[in-house]
Ligand binder design. Structure first.
Ligand code: ATP
Length: 304
């Protein structure tokens, strides 16, 4: 769905994107993460054909974004980090305006508005003005504007910022619903715990470079196992070496070990028995809580 090749973007005196290349599959929800100033907004703006890079190529659904920006807008939606809404228009008028700007025929606008509003739960707000909506509902209106033309891809820059936990949860549900309809989503966010609830992939940007692109499933599958002892055992490393199925990742304070072990439950049971046979005072033997945040912090620290 998306191919970015050797993208370079510069602000005066600053290279904000430095040879960025990646691909994104159709139907995925990719979390674009990275520290402040990493270049996430710049990358999304380039992909939305709002910035002209120095060099490189962006292809979305086989359309060259830099050469055919208008055509690319027909297949993508973009929600910027600080979006504006026309305060004098009602919700219906805001959506009608965007629908017409996106090339939807006048006769089809009402159906498109009603469809998108039903989807975003704002159908009962059509006659209100943005200033009368809560922050979460304004966010929904902005997303409605971004997807009214039923794009194949939607780029969202920090869509959850400023939302309360319930609204963020609803937003996650909405993203999953859009994915089920066949949309591809690229979402930048700092709230990693929530990205984990809906992302299929994670793209990590640091200082204008891609540091990592991983599938969230693989992060979850490769959770290390945690072995916690009731008290330190000085020769823990040597003892663990006696069990061939165990690959020790890390030992902390001779009482905590992170292990790579087979995923099979019966084999795990045998390993536990072997640990107890070695007289180790085991008080916890379970998958460690390794999540998107851990994987992100690891890739940011390791980096290229
Ligand atoms: P954040 O997480 O803080 O939103 P970001 O990853 O989105 O950050 P960008 O906003 O893309 O990062 O900024 C990338 C770099 O480009 C930063 O060093 C930033 O200071 C710089 N930058 C961004 N916009 C401009 C601009 N208009 N003029 C000059 N430099 C800019």
């Amino acid at each position: 769905m998306i191919a970015v090749e050797h993208l370079v973007f510069e602000y005066p005196g600053l290279r904000a994107l430095d040879d960025v290349s990646f691909q994104i599959n159709q139907g995925s929800i990719t979390a674009l993460v990275g520290p402040n100033g990493a270049g996430k907004t710049t990358l999304l703006r380039c992909m939305a054909a709002l910035e002209q890079p120095v060099s490189g190529r962006i292809t979305i659904d086989d359309i060259d974004v830099l050469e055919q920006p208008r055509e690319s807008h027909r297949v993508m939606g973009y929600l910027s980090d600080f979006f504006g809404l026309y305060q004098r228009l009602t919700v219906r008028q805001c959506l009608h305006y965007v629908a017409r700007a996106q090339g939807i025929a006048d006769a089809d606008c009402e159906a498109a508005i009603s469809n998108v509003c039903k989807h975003l739960g704002i159908a009962d707000r059509l006659n209100m003005r943005p200033g009368e909506l809560s922050r979460g509902l304004r966010q929904r209106l902005a997303i409605a504007q971004a997807i009214i033309h039923r794009p194949k891809l939607i780029l969202l820059d920090e869509p959850a910022s400023g939302l309360d936990p319930e609204a963020r949860h609803e937003l996650a549900e909405l993203f999953l619903a859009l994915q089920r309809q066949g949309m591809t989503l690229l979402v930048s966010s700092h709230i990693l715990a929530e990205l984990e609830a809906y992302s299929t992939d994670m793209l990590v940007l640091r200082q204008g470079k891609i540091v990592e692109q991983v599938s969230v499933k693989s992060i979850q599958q490769h959770k290390p196992f945690k072995l916690l002892l009731a008290q330190p055992v000085p020769n823990l490393a040597e003892l663990l070496k006696q069990i061939p199925e165990i690959d020790t990742v890390k030992i902390e304070g001779n009482s905590l070990a992170l292990l790579k072990i087979p995923e099979n439950n019966l084999q795990q049971h045998q390993i536990l028995k072997s640990l107890l046979a070695l007289n180790l005072p085991v008080c916890e033997f379970a998958p460690a809580a390794h999540n998107l945040q851990d994987a992100y912090l690891q890739s940011i620290q390791e980096g290229p």
